[in-house]
Ligand binder design. Structure first.
Ligand SMILES: NC(=O)c1ccc[n+]([C@@H]2O[C@H](COP(=O)([O-])OP(=O)(O)OC[C@H]3O[C@@H](n4cnc5c(N)ncnc54)[C@H](OP(=O)(O)O)[C@@H]3O)[C@@H](O)[C@H]2O)c1
Length: 248
């Protein structure tokens, strides 16, 4: 591997957005480590990416975002602390089920908030110690305001966005860049079967290009597609007395 090749760790490397982003980084010459909750699946993704990018440096590791006790040994066992980490783990879950079953609500909250934040916090401290690093966290516009249709997921993403904001504030002067990505709709496995408005729905490849560009430009928060920033500004500005009567 060339010594100047930058390295990306992808957490949730089997996600459709992660796969597209990993390919974009690999095309730009980065080495990529794909993490997935099952090693054979992560290895298959790594092999797939290697086939599409001959000559690239792609490896695979296992990590379950619910297994918080494994995070420190996971990081200790990485051959190298990466230059950047992409957090792409997420679980939409079933809002109606989460209202009925505490175990499902717990799973959604732990998958989108607890695990991601605890892992990013550990990585942030290692980046801080080294004096460099980029954290890319995929949150969601769903975290910008709680809505009846998905507020368990949305609240977990709101917590993730706040955590990333705190990391950014803490590490701005320490050489560590924190990028929060807020997609609207993206055509992936997560949204399969949903009827999505074409003008507001991005492809994973669009996310990948936007993320790479935002890393290069040291952006703080991006919305994909950008029109979502306007949409969420309007939604956030609706007075609560009116908002509670709406079904958006
Ligand atoms: N698609 C959208 O419209 C949209 C909109 C806004 C934000 N997002 C966010 O974008 C990110 C990527 O999602 P996606 O759309 O690409 O969906 P996806 O293909 O369903 O990806 C979800 C990823 O999370 C992983 N994951 C779930 N639980 C895990 C666990 N316990 N341990 C390790 N990995 C786990 C999945 O692994 P497995 O393959 O093992 O299940 C998969 O890699 C997520 O954070 C999502 O919330 C998506």
């Amino acid at each position: 591997m060339p010594p100047d090749r930058k390295s990306l760790l992808v957490v949730g490397g089997t996600s459709d957005i992660a796969k597209a982003t990993a390919l974009t980084f690999a095309e730009k010459g980065w080495s990529v480590t794909i993490s997935g909750r099952e090693l054979p699946v992560a290895q298959a993704e790594a092999a797939n990416l290697g086939l599409r990018m001959p000559g690239s440096a792609i490896t695979a590791v296992a990590l379950d975002i619910l297994d918080t006790a494994s995070f420190t040994p996971f990081l200790d066992n990485l051959p190298v602390l990466p230059d950047a980490v992409l957090l792409a783990v997420g679980l939409l879950g079933d809002q109606a089920l989460a209202e009925q079953r505490i175990d499902h609500a717990t799973l959604v909250m732990r998958s989108n908030f607890e695990g991601p934040c605890l892992l990013m916090g550990l990585i942030a401290s290692r980046f801080e110690e080294r004096g460099s690093g980029t954290i890319i966290g995929i949150s969601s516009v769903a975290g910008d305001r709680g809505r009846a249709s998905n507020y368990v997921y949305g609240a977990a993403k709101a917590g993730l966005s706040a955590f990333l904001s705190g990391l950014r504030n803490r590490l701005a002067a320490k050489g560590v860049h924190v990028l929060t990505v807020k997609p609207g709709f993206v055509r992936t496995r997560m949204t399969a079967g949903m009827t999505l408005p074409a003008a507001l729905t991005a492809e994973p490849q669009e996310l990948a290009v936007s993320i790479y560009s935002a890393v290069e430009k040291h952006r703080n928060i991006i919305y994909v597609r950008p029109v979502w920033r306007l949409i969420m500004t309007i939604i956030k500005s609706i007075p609560e007395g009116l908002f509670k009567k709406l079904r958006l």
